[in-house]
Design a protein. Structure first.
Length: 113
C-alpha cells in the first residue's frame, strides 16, 4: 500500500525538506498553518499513534528533539511554538504515517479548534 510520506521520505514525491538523517526527515507542510509549519516524520512507516510500539520509544524521542532543534533554528526557541501529533478522525488525522507538526511564528489559540 503506497504512503504519501513514505514517498516523500524516499524522495519520489517532492517536498521542501528542512532536515534529514538516517532516522528522521522534516519538510514544510504544503498547507502551512503559520509562518513556520514543518512536519517531522520517522523514516520508518508507523501508521498512527495507535500503532506505536515500545521499540519506537527512541524514535519518538528523536522526532521531538529534532522538532525542538528546528524550532530553535527557525528563531522560535524563545517566543514559543507548538508540537502536535494528531490521531484519528476527531483530530483530523489525514495522512496515515505518523508526523509531528511544528507550528509557530504567530500567536496560537487555545483550546485548538
Ligand atoms: P494531519 O491532519 O494528518 O495531522 O496532517 C497532515 C498534514 O500533511 C496536513 O497539515 C497537510 O497539509 C500535510 N500534507 C498533505 N499532503 C501533503 C503533501 O503532499 N506535501 C506536504 N509537504 N504536506 C502535505
Ligand atoms: Zn509511510
Amino acid at each position: 500500500m503506497s504512503c504519501l510520506f513514505c514517498e516523500i521520505v524516499a524522495g519520489r514525491i517532492p517536498a521542501r525538506k528542512a532536515y534529514e538523517d538516517e532516522s528522521v526527515v522534516a519538510f514544510h507542510d504544503i498547507n502551512p498553518q503559520g509562518p513556520t509549519h514543518l512536519l517531522v516524520v520517522p523514516r520508518k512507516h508507523i501508521t498512527s499513534l495507535n500503532d506505536l510500539a515500545p521499540e519506537d520509544d527512541a524514535l519518538v524521542g528523536l522526532i521531538v528533539r529534532r522538532a525542538r532543534d528546528l524550532a530553535g533554528e527557525s528563531g522560535l526557541g524563545q517566543r514559543g511554538y507548538r508540537l502536535v501529533l494528531n490521531c484519528g478522525d476527531d483530530a483530523g488525522y489525514s495522512v496515515y504515517h505518523i508526523h509531528l507538526h511544528l507550528i509557530g511564528g504567530r500567536r496560537l489559540g487555545w483550546p485548538p479548534g
